[in-house]
Design a protein around this ligand. Structure first.
Ligand SMILES: Cc1cc2nc3c(=O)[nH]c(=O)nc-3n(C[C@H](O)[C@H](O)[C@H](O)COP(=O)(O)OP(=O)(O)OC[C@H]3O[C@@H](n4cnc5c(N)ncnc54)[C@H](O)[C@@H]3O)c2cc1C
Length: 442
Protein backbone atom coordinates (compact mmCIF):
# COMPACT_ATOMS: atom_id res chain seq x y z
CA UNK A 1 0.00 0.00 0.00
CA UNK A 2 1.75 3.27 -1.01
CA UNK A 3 2.25 5.47 2.07
CA UNK A 4 0.44 8.50 0.67
CA UNK A 5 -2.68 6.37 0.19
CA UNK A 6 -2.77 5.15 3.80
CA UNK A 7 -3.70 7.22 6.85
CA UNK A 8 -4.56 6.63 10.49
CA UNK A 9 -7.56 8.94 10.16
CA UNK A 10 -9.42 10.24 7.12
CA UNK A 11 -11.76 13.19 7.57
CA UNK A 12 -14.39 13.78 4.88
CA UNK A 13 -15.45 17.43 4.54
CA UNK A 14 -13.50 20.66 4.90
CA UNK A 15 -16.12 22.79 6.66
CA UNK A 16 -15.71 23.98 10.23
CA UNK A 17 -16.49 20.51 11.69
CA UNK A 18 -13.87 18.67 9.62
CA UNK A 19 -11.20 21.33 10.09
CA UNK A 20 -11.83 21.63 13.87
CA UNK A 21 -11.34 17.87 14.15
CA UNK A 22 -8.15 18.06 12.08
CA UNK A 23 -6.84 20.76 14.44
CA UNK A 24 -7.80 18.86 17.60
CA UNK A 25 -6.20 15.61 16.38
CA UNK A 26 -3.04 17.42 15.30
CA UNK A 27 -2.53 19.53 18.39
CA UNK A 28 -3.79 17.32 21.20
CA UNK A 29 -3.10 13.71 20.12
CA UNK A 30 -0.14 11.61 18.98
CA UNK A 31 -1.92 10.44 15.81
CA UNK A 32 0.39 11.09 12.89
CA UNK A 33 -1.02 10.37 9.44
CA UNK A 34 -4.20 12.31 8.84
CA UNK A 35 -5.93 13.32 5.60
CA UNK A 36 -8.82 15.64 4.95
CA UNK A 37 -10.81 15.36 1.71
CA UNK A 38 -12.89 18.31 0.52
CA UNK A 39 -14.82 18.15 -2.71
CA UNK A 40 -14.54 21.85 -3.59
CA UNK A 41 -11.35 23.73 -4.32
CA UNK A 42 -11.51 25.81 -1.13
CA UNK A 43 -12.22 25.03 2.50
CA UNK A 44 -15.52 26.03 4.11
CA UNK A 45 -17.21 27.21 0.94
CA UNK A 46 -20.72 26.05 1.97
CA UNK A 47 -22.48 26.41 5.33
CA UNK A 48 -19.34 27.33 7.26
CA UNK A 49 -18.49 30.33 5.07
CA UNK A 50 -19.30 33.79 6.42
CA UNK A 51 -21.97 34.05 3.70
CA UNK A 52 -23.55 30.71 4.59
CA UNK A 53 -24.61 31.28 8.19
CA UNK A 54 -25.62 33.94 10.71
CA UNK A 55 -22.06 34.54 11.99
CA UNK A 56 -23.32 34.10 15.56
CA UNK A 57 -21.46 32.36 18.33
CA UNK A 58 -24.52 30.72 19.89
CA UNK A 59 -24.15 30.75 23.67
CA UNK A 60 -27.82 29.99 24.35
CA UNK A 61 -28.27 33.27 26.23
CA UNK A 62 -30.20 35.06 23.45
CA UNK A 63 -31.61 32.03 21.61
CA UNK A 64 -35.02 31.79 23.22
CA UNK A 65 -35.78 28.32 21.82
CA UNK A 66 -32.96 26.93 24.01
CA UNK A 67 -33.81 25.70 27.47
CA UNK A 68 -31.45 26.70 30.29
CA UNK A 69 -29.97 23.19 30.19
CA UNK A 70 -29.30 23.34 26.43
CA UNK A 71 -27.94 26.89 26.79
CA UNK A 72 -25.41 25.73 29.41
CA UNK A 73 -24.11 22.95 27.17
CA UNK A 74 -24.01 25.19 24.06
CA UNK A 75 -22.22 27.90 26.02
CA UNK A 76 -19.51 25.41 26.96
CA UNK A 77 -18.69 24.75 23.29
CA UNK A 78 -19.03 28.44 22.38
CA UNK A 79 -16.42 29.24 25.02
CA UNK A 80 -14.04 26.78 23.33
CA UNK A 81 -14.27 28.79 20.09
CA UNK A 82 -13.73 32.07 21.95
CA UNK A 83 -10.71 30.61 23.77
CA UNK A 84 -9.31 29.24 20.52
CA UNK A 85 -9.64 32.71 18.97
CA UNK A 86 -7.87 34.31 21.94
CA UNK A 87 -5.09 31.70 21.85
CA UNK A 88 -4.16 32.81 18.33
CA UNK A 89 -4.99 36.52 18.63
CA UNK A 90 -8.05 36.48 16.36
CA UNK A 91 -9.94 39.12 18.38
CA UNK A 92 -11.21 41.84 16.01
CA UNK A 93 -9.86 39.81 13.08
CA UNK A 94 -12.14 36.78 12.88
CA UNK A 95 -14.27 37.37 16.00
CA UNK A 96 -15.95 40.55 17.13
CA UNK A 97 -17.34 41.74 20.46
CA UNK A 98 -20.53 43.40 19.26
CA UNK A 99 -23.52 43.74 21.61
CA UNK A 100 -26.16 41.01 21.30
CA UNK A 101 -29.66 40.64 22.69
CA UNK A 102 -32.96 38.76 22.64
CA UNK A 103 -35.69 41.32 22.03
CA UNK A 104 -39.25 41.11 23.30
CA UNK A 105 -41.91 43.24 21.61
CA UNK A 106 -45.28 43.90 23.27
CA UNK A 107 -46.39 43.19 26.84
CA UNK A 108 -46.43 39.41 26.58
CA UNK A 109 -42.93 39.15 25.11
CA UNK A 110 -41.57 41.76 27.53
CA UNK A 111 -42.82 39.59 30.39
CA UNK A 112 -41.23 36.56 28.71
CA UNK A 113 -37.86 38.38 28.60
CA UNK A 114 -38.19 39.39 32.26
CA UNK A 115 -38.89 35.80 33.30
CA UNK A 116 -36.13 34.38 31.13
CA UNK A 117 -33.64 36.91 32.46
CA UNK A 118 -34.47 35.85 36.04
CA UNK A 119 -34.08 32.18 35.07
CA UNK A 120 -30.75 32.71 33.27
CA UNK A 121 -28.97 35.36 35.36
CA UNK A 122 -27.28 32.95 37.74
CA UNK A 123 -25.71 30.77 35.03
CA UNK A 124 -25.13 33.72 32.67
CA UNK A 125 -24.10 36.49 35.11
CA UNK A 126 -22.86 38.82 32.36
CA UNK A 127 -26.39 39.12 30.89
CA UNK A 128 -28.24 42.38 31.57
CA UNK A 129 -31.90 43.29 31.45
CA UNK A 130 -32.43 46.29 29.15
CA UNK A 131 -35.72 48.20 29.31
CA UNK A 132 -36.99 50.60 26.69
CA UNK A 133 -34.97 53.58 28.02
CA UNK A 134 -31.74 51.58 28.12
CA UNK A 135 -32.41 50.21 24.61
CA UNK A 136 -32.84 53.76 23.33
CA UNK A 137 -29.19 54.34 24.36
CA UNK A 138 -27.78 51.00 23.21
CA UNK A 139 -29.65 50.51 19.95
CA UNK A 140 -31.72 53.57 18.94
CA UNK A 141 -32.83 51.88 15.69
CA UNK A 142 -35.17 49.69 17.75
CA UNK A 143 -37.14 52.74 18.89
CA UNK A 144 -37.15 55.00 15.82
CA UNK A 145 -40.60 54.87 14.23
CA UNK A 146 -42.06 52.53 16.87
CA UNK A 147 -45.53 53.20 18.31
CA UNK A 148 -44.73 54.83 21.64
CA UNK A 149 -47.34 52.67 23.38
CA UNK A 150 -45.58 49.48 22.32
CA UNK A 151 -43.30 48.25 25.08
CA UNK A 152 -39.99 46.53 24.31
CA UNK A 153 -37.29 44.96 26.48
CA UNK A 154 -34.25 42.78 25.94
CA UNK A 155 -31.76 40.62 27.73
CA UNK A 156 -28.31 41.18 26.32
CA UNK A 157 -24.62 41.76 26.75
CA UNK A 158 -21.66 43.44 25.13
CA UNK A 159 -19.16 41.20 26.89
CA UNK A 160 -19.03 38.19 24.53
CA UNK A 161 -17.26 37.65 21.20
CA UNK A 162 -20.67 37.28 19.65
CA UNK A 163 -19.86 37.48 15.93
CA UNK A 164 -17.50 35.02 14.27
CA UNK A 165 -16.27 34.49 10.71
CA UNK A 166 -16.50 30.70 10.85
CA UNK A 167 -15.01 30.38 7.35
CA UNK A 168 -11.83 32.20 8.39
CA UNK A 169 -11.71 30.13 11.59
CA UNK A 170 -11.96 26.92 9.49
CA UNK A 171 -8.98 28.00 7.39
CA UNK A 172 -7.06 28.90 10.55
CA UNK A 173 -7.71 25.41 11.99
CA UNK A 174 -5.93 23.91 8.97
CA UNK A 175 -3.03 26.40 9.12
CA UNK A 176 -2.52 25.80 12.83
CA UNK A 177 -2.90 22.02 12.48
CA UNK A 178 -0.13 21.99 9.87
CA UNK A 179 2.17 23.79 12.33
CA UNK A 180 1.59 20.97 14.84
CA UNK A 181 1.85 18.00 12.49
CA UNK A 182 3.73 17.84 9.20
CA UNK A 183 2.12 14.52 8.21
CA UNK A 184 -1.24 16.06 7.34
CA UNK A 185 -2.49 15.87 3.75
CA UNK A 186 -5.23 18.23 2.60
CA UNK A 187 -6.88 17.01 -0.59
CA UNK A 188 -8.96 19.77 -2.17
CA UNK A 189 -11.28 19.24 -5.16
CA UNK A 190 -11.54 15.58 -4.13
CA UNK A 191 -14.99 14.14 -3.63
CA UNK A 192 -15.35 11.01 -1.55
CA UNK A 193 -17.72 8.71 -3.41
CA UNK A 194 -17.86 5.66 -1.22
CA UNK A 195 -16.50 4.19 1.99
CA UNK A 196 -16.09 0.44 2.42
CA UNK A 197 -14.96 -1.58 5.41
CA UNK A 198 -12.31 -4.11 4.37
CA UNK A 199 -11.04 -6.23 7.26
CA UNK A 200 -9.91 -3.82 9.97
CA UNK A 201 -9.34 -0.94 7.49
CA UNK A 202 -11.53 1.39 5.48
CA UNK A 203 -11.29 1.85 1.75
CA UNK A 204 -12.26 5.38 0.82
CA UNK A 205 -12.97 5.82 -2.87
CA UNK A 206 -12.12 9.26 -4.17
CA UNK A 207 -12.81 9.86 -7.84
CA UNK A 208 -12.35 6.16 -8.55
CA UNK A 209 -9.06 5.86 -6.60
CA UNK A 210 -8.77 4.01 -3.28
CA UNK A 211 -7.29 5.50 -0.11
CA UNK A 212 -7.08 3.52 3.12
CA UNK A 213 -7.39 4.39 6.79
CA UNK A 214 -7.91 2.93 10.24
CA UNK A 215 -10.65 5.41 11.13
CA UNK A 216 -13.00 7.66 9.12
CA UNK A 217 -15.00 10.67 10.30
CA UNK A 218 -17.57 12.07 7.89
CA UNK A 219 -18.31 15.76 8.44
CA UNK A 220 -19.94 16.38 5.08
CA UNK A 221 -23.09 18.30 6.05
CA UNK A 222 -26.21 16.76 4.52
CA UNK A 223 -23.94 14.40 2.54
CA UNK A 224 -22.90 12.67 5.77
CA UNK A 225 -26.18 10.79 5.90
CA UNK A 226 -25.94 9.96 2.20
CA UNK A 227 -22.52 8.34 2.72
CA UNK A 228 -23.82 6.59 5.85
CA UNK A 229 -26.83 5.15 3.98
CA UNK A 230 -24.53 3.96 1.18
CA UNK A 231 -22.59 1.98 3.83
CA UNK A 232 -25.80 0.62 5.36
CA UNK A 233 -25.57 2.82 8.48
CA UNK A 234 -28.09 5.32 9.88
CA UNK A 235 -31.10 3.70 8.25
CA UNK A 236 -33.25 4.95 11.16
CA UNK A 237 -32.40 8.52 10.21
CA UNK A 238 -33.76 10.69 7.46
CA UNK A 239 -32.53 14.15 6.50
CA UNK A 240 -34.72 17.18 5.92
CA UNK A 241 -32.62 19.90 4.25
CA UNK A 242 -33.81 23.32 5.44
CA UNK A 243 -32.47 26.24 3.43
CA UNK A 244 -31.96 29.66 4.99
CA UNK A 245 -31.71 32.94 3.06
CA UNK A 246 -30.89 36.48 4.15
CA UNK A 247 -31.94 39.97 3.20
CA UNK A 248 -29.45 42.85 3.02
CA UNK A 249 -30.04 46.44 4.02
CA UNK A 250 -27.68 49.33 3.34
CA UNK A 251 -29.69 51.67 5.55
CA UNK A 252 -27.82 52.74 8.69
CA UNK A 253 -29.65 50.79 11.39
CA UNK A 254 -28.35 48.06 13.74
CA UNK A 255 -24.99 48.06 15.51
CA UNK A 256 -25.75 44.89 17.47
CA UNK A 257 -27.10 41.38 17.02
CA UNK A 258 -30.82 41.51 17.71
CA UNK A 259 -32.61 38.16 17.95
CA UNK A 260 -36.38 37.94 18.22
CA UNK A 261 -38.29 35.45 20.34
CA UNK A 262 -38.55 32.01 18.85
CA UNK A 263 -41.29 29.44 19.08
CA UNK A 264 -39.72 26.63 21.16
CA UNK A 265 -41.16 24.01 18.78
CA UNK A 266 -38.82 25.17 16.02
CA UNK A 267 -35.26 23.85 15.78
CA UNK A 268 -33.65 27.13 14.68
CA UNK A 269 -32.91 30.45 16.35
CA UNK A 270 -35.42 33.11 15.35
CA UNK A 271 -35.05 35.76 12.66
CA UNK A 272 -32.57 38.39 13.66
CA UNK A 273 -30.78 41.44 12.36
CA UNK A 274 -27.09 42.23 12.71
CA UNK A 275 -24.19 44.01 11.05
CA UNK A 276 -22.41 41.78 8.51
CA UNK A 277 -18.85 41.25 9.76
CA UNK A 278 -17.41 40.66 6.30
CA UNK A 279 -19.29 43.42 4.38
CA UNK A 280 -18.98 46.92 5.76
CA UNK A 281 -22.19 48.95 5.94
CA UNK A 282 -24.52 45.99 5.40
CA UNK A 283 -27.06 44.87 7.96
CA UNK A 284 -28.37 41.35 7.41
CA UNK A 285 -31.82 40.12 8.34
CA UNK A 286 -32.76 36.45 8.39
CA UNK A 287 -32.39 33.60 7.98
CA UNK A 288 -35.57 32.27 6.47
CA UNK A 289 -36.33 28.54 6.73
CA UNK A 290 -37.56 26.54 3.75
CA UNK A 291 -37.41 22.81 3.04
CA UNK A 292 -35.52 22.25 -0.23
CA UNK A 293 -35.20 19.08 -2.34
CA UNK A 294 -31.39 19.26 -2.52
CA UNK A 295 -28.34 18.73 -0.34
CA UNK A 296 -26.54 22.01 -1.07
CA UNK A 297 -28.10 25.45 -1.17
CA UNK A 298 -26.55 26.99 -4.29
CA UNK A 299 -25.17 24.12 -6.34
CA UNK A 300 -27.03 22.12 -8.95
CA UNK A 301 -29.81 20.00 -7.54
CA UNK A 302 -28.87 16.56 -6.27
CA UNK A 303 -32.43 15.32 -6.40
CA UNK A 304 -31.64 11.61 -6.25
CA UNK A 305 -29.22 12.20 -3.37
CA UNK A 306 -31.98 14.15 -1.63
CA UNK A 307 -34.40 11.21 -2.02
CA UNK A 308 -31.73 8.81 -0.77
CA UNK A 309 -31.13 10.85 2.41
CA UNK A 310 -34.80 11.63 2.95
CA UNK A 311 -35.50 7.89 2.63
CA UNK A 312 -39.30 8.40 2.48
CA UNK A 313 -41.24 5.95 4.61
CA UNK A 314 -44.53 5.89 6.56
CA UNK A 315 -42.61 7.14 9.65
CA UNK A 316 -41.18 10.13 7.75
CA UNK A 317 -44.67 10.95 6.40
CA UNK A 318 -46.01 10.74 9.93
CA UNK A 319 -43.40 13.27 11.13
CA UNK A 320 -44.40 15.62 8.26
CA UNK A 321 -48.06 15.13 9.07
CA UNK A 322 -47.51 15.88 12.77
CA UNK A 323 -45.44 18.98 11.96
CA UNK A 324 -48.00 20.33 9.50
CA UNK A 325 -50.85 19.49 11.87
CA UNK A 326 -49.47 22.06 14.31
CA UNK A 327 -50.93 25.42 13.25
CA UNK A 328 -47.89 27.42 14.48
CA UNK A 329 -45.49 25.30 12.44
CA UNK A 330 -47.81 25.32 9.41
CA UNK A 331 -48.07 29.09 9.49
CA UNK A 332 -44.29 29.41 9.94
CA UNK A 333 -43.64 27.08 6.96
CA UNK A 334 -46.05 28.97 4.68
CA UNK A 335 -44.66 32.36 5.71
CA UNK A 336 -41.10 31.23 5.11
CA UNK A 337 -41.98 29.75 1.73
CA UNK A 338 -43.42 33.13 0.70
CA UNK A 339 -40.23 34.90 1.86
CA UNK A 340 -38.48 33.11 -1.04
CA UNK A 341 -41.01 33.94 -3.80
CA UNK A 342 -39.73 36.72 -6.10
CA UNK A 343 -42.19 39.56 -6.58
CA UNK A 344 -43.82 39.34 -3.16
CA UNK A 345 -41.01 38.28 -0.85
CA UNK A 346 -39.43 41.64 -0.09
CA UNK A 347 -42.70 43.27 0.86
CA UNK A 348 -43.65 40.36 3.14
CA UNK A 349 -40.24 40.07 4.73
CA UNK A 350 -40.04 43.83 5.38
CA UNK A 351 -43.03 43.36 7.68
CA UNK A 352 -41.05 40.79 9.68
CA UNK A 353 -38.03 43.11 9.84
CA UNK A 354 -40.15 45.98 11.18
CA UNK A 355 -40.59 44.04 14.42
CA UNK A 356 -36.89 44.79 14.97
CA UNK A 357 -36.32 48.03 13.04
CA UNK A 358 -39.72 49.74 12.75
CA UNK A 359 -38.71 52.35 10.16
CA UNK A 360 -37.47 49.86 7.52
CA UNK A 361 -39.50 49.83 4.30
CA UNK A 362 -39.61 47.31 1.49
CA UNK A 363 -37.28 49.60 -0.53
CA UNK A 364 -34.64 49.46 2.20
CA UNK A 365 -34.02 45.71 1.93
CA UNK A 366 -33.10 43.33 -0.85
CA UNK A 367 -33.00 39.54 -1.11
CA UNK A 368 -29.32 38.55 -0.79
CA UNK A 369 -28.72 36.33 -3.83
CA UNK A 370 -26.25 33.50 -3.27
CA UNK A 371 -26.15 34.10 0.48
CA UNK A 372 -27.29 31.57 3.07
CA UNK A 373 -26.94 27.85 3.48
CA UNK A 374 -28.72 24.65 4.27
CA UNK A 375 -29.36 22.98 7.62
CA UNK A 376 -29.42 19.17 7.51
CA UNK A 377 -32.20 18.63 10.08
CA UNK A 378 -32.39 14.98 11.03
CA UNK A 379 -35.56 12.95 11.57
CA UNK A 380 -35.35 9.98 13.89
CA UNK A 381 -37.70 7.45 12.32
CA UNK A 382 -37.83 5.31 15.46
CA UNK A 383 -39.12 8.05 17.77
CA UNK A 384 -40.81 9.83 14.79
CA UNK A 385 -39.26 13.13 15.90
CA UNK A 386 -37.30 15.94 14.29
CA UNK A 387 -33.93 16.35 16.06
CA UNK A 388 -33.54 19.85 17.47
CA UNK A 389 -29.79 19.99 16.78
CA UNK A 390 -26.85 17.90 15.69
CA UNK A 391 -26.98 14.16 15.14
CA UNK A 392 -24.19 11.61 15.17
CA UNK A 393 -24.05 8.05 13.88
CA UNK A 394 -21.40 6.29 15.93
CA UNK A 395 -21.05 2.84 14.43
CA UNK A 396 -18.49 1.51 16.92
CA UNK A 397 -16.61 0.09 13.90
CA UNK A 398 -14.24 2.99 13.30
CA UNK A 399 -16.48 5.24 11.26
CA UNK A 400 -18.55 8.19 12.50
CA UNK A 401 -21.00 10.39 10.59
CA UNK A 402 -21.96 13.87 11.82
CA UNK A 403 -24.97 15.89 10.69
CA UNK A 404 -24.57 19.45 11.90
CA UNK A 405 -27.41 21.95 11.57
CA UNK A 406 -27.30 25.10 13.73
CA UNK A 407 -25.48 25.64 16.09
CA UNK A 408 -22.96 23.35 14.41
CA UNK A 409 -20.37 26.04 13.75
CA UNK A 410 -20.40 27.09 17.41
CA UNK A 411 -20.10 23.50 18.61
CA UNK A 412 -17.27 22.56 16.20
CA UNK A 413 -14.64 22.12 18.92
CA UNK A 414 -17.09 20.39 21.27
CA UNK A 415 -17.90 17.88 18.53
CA UNK A 416 -14.21 17.55 17.68
CA UNK A 417 -13.52 16.72 21.34
CA UNK A 418 -16.14 13.95 21.32
CA UNK A 419 -14.83 12.46 18.07
CA UNK A 420 -11.21 12.71 19.21
CA UNK A 421 -12.10 10.68 22.30
CA UNK A 422 -13.81 8.05 20.13
CA UNK A 423 -10.88 7.88 17.70
CA UNK A 424 -8.22 7.66 20.43
CA UNK A 425 -10.16 4.93 22.26
CA UNK A 426 -10.51 2.95 19.05
CA UNK A 427 -6.91 3.37 17.87
CA UNK A 428 -5.27 3.22 21.30
CA UNK A 429 -3.83 6.73 20.75
CA UNK A 430 -3.26 9.42 23.40
CA UNK A 431 -5.49 12.47 23.75
CA UNK A 432 -3.98 15.25 25.88
CA UNK A 433 -7.33 16.28 27.39
CA UNK A 434 -5.52 18.20 30.12
CA UNK A 435 -3.98 20.58 27.58
CA UNK A 436 -7.25 20.80 25.58
CA UNK A 437 -9.15 21.72 28.75
CA UNK A 438 -6.50 24.18 29.90
CA UNK A 439 -6.34 25.99 26.57
CA UNK A 440 -9.94 25.80 25.36
CA UNK A 441 -12.39 24.94 28.14
CA UNK A 442 -11.68 27.06 31.19
C1 LIG B 1 -28.82 29.91 7.35
C2 LIG B 1 -27.93 29.30 8.38
C3 LIG B 1 -27.54 30.04 9.50
C4 LIG B 1 -26.71 29.47 10.45
N1 LIG B 1 -26.25 30.24 11.46
C5 LIG B 1 -25.38 29.73 12.35
C6 LIG B 1 -24.81 30.55 13.36
O1 LIG B 1 -25.04 31.75 13.41
N2 LIG B 1 -24.00 29.97 14.27
C7 LIG B 1 -23.70 28.64 14.24
O2 LIG B 1 -22.98 28.17 15.10
N3 LIG B 1 -24.20 27.84 13.26
C8 LIG B 1 -25.00 28.36 12.31
N4 LIG B 1 -25.48 27.58 11.31
C9 LIG B 1 -25.06 26.20 11.23
C10 LIG B 1 -23.61 26.10 10.70
O3 LIG B 1 -23.46 26.90 9.56
C11 LIG B 1 -23.31 24.66 10.39
O4 LIG B 1 -23.67 23.85 11.50
C12 LIG B 1 -21.83 24.43 10.13
O5 LIG B 1 -21.33 25.33 9.17
C13 LIG B 1 -21.63 23.01 9.68
O6 LIG B 1 -20.29 22.80 9.40
P1 LIG B 1 -19.84 21.45 8.76
O7 LIG B 1 -18.38 21.52 8.57
O8 LIG B 1 -20.38 20.33 9.55
O9 LIG B 1 -20.62 21.40 7.37
P2 LIG B 1 -20.39 22.26 6.05
O10 LIG B 1 -19.95 23.63 6.36
O11 LIG B 1 -21.60 22.07 5.24
O12 LIG B 1 -19.17 21.54 5.38
C14 LIG B 1 -19.27 20.25 4.83
C15 LIG B 1 -18.16 20.12 3.81
O13 LIG B 1 -18.15 18.80 3.32
C16 LIG B 1 -17.87 18.83 1.94
N5 LIG B 1 -18.35 17.58 1.34
C17 LIG B 1 -19.63 17.17 1.22
N6 LIG B 1 -19.66 15.96 0.64
C18 LIG B 1 -18.38 15.60 0.42
C19 LIG B 1 -17.77 14.47 -0.15
N7 LIG B 1 -18.51 13.44 -0.59
N8 LIG B 1 -16.42 14.42 -0.26
C20 LIG B 1 -15.65 15.47 0.17
N9 LIG B 1 -16.19 16.58 0.73
C21 LIG B 1 -17.54 16.64 0.86
C22 LIG B 1 -18.63 20.06 1.47
O14 LIG B 1 -18.14 20.52 0.22
C23 LIG B 1 -18.37 21.02 2.61
O15 LIG B 1 -17.23 21.81 2.41
C24 LIG B 1 -26.30 28.13 10.31
C25 LIG B 1 -26.69 27.39 9.19
C26 LIG B 1 -27.47 27.97 8.23
C27 LIG B 1 -27.81 27.20 7.00
Amino acid sequence: MPKKHYYNVIIVGGGISGTALLYTLSKYTDIKDIALFEKYDTLASLNSSAKGNSQTLHCGDIETNYTLEKAISTNRTATMVENYGKLYGYENKYMFQIPKMALGVGDEEVQFIKDRYEEFKEEFPYMEYWDKEKLAEIEPALLKGRDENEDIAAMGTNKRWSAVDFGAISESFVRNAKKENSNIDIHLSKEVEKIKKIGDKFEVIVEGKPYYSDYVVVNAGAHSLLLAHKMGHGKDFSCLPVGGSFYYSKIDSLKSKVYTIQNPKLPFAAIHGDPDIVNDNIVRFGPTAIVLPKLERYHHAHFLDFIETLAPSPEVLEVFYDLMHDSDIREYAIKNFLYEVPGIRTKLFAKEVRKIVPFITEDDIEFAEGVGGLRPQVIDKKSKKLFLGEAKIETGEGVVFNMTPSPGATSCLGNAYTDTELICDFLGANFNTKLFNKELVS
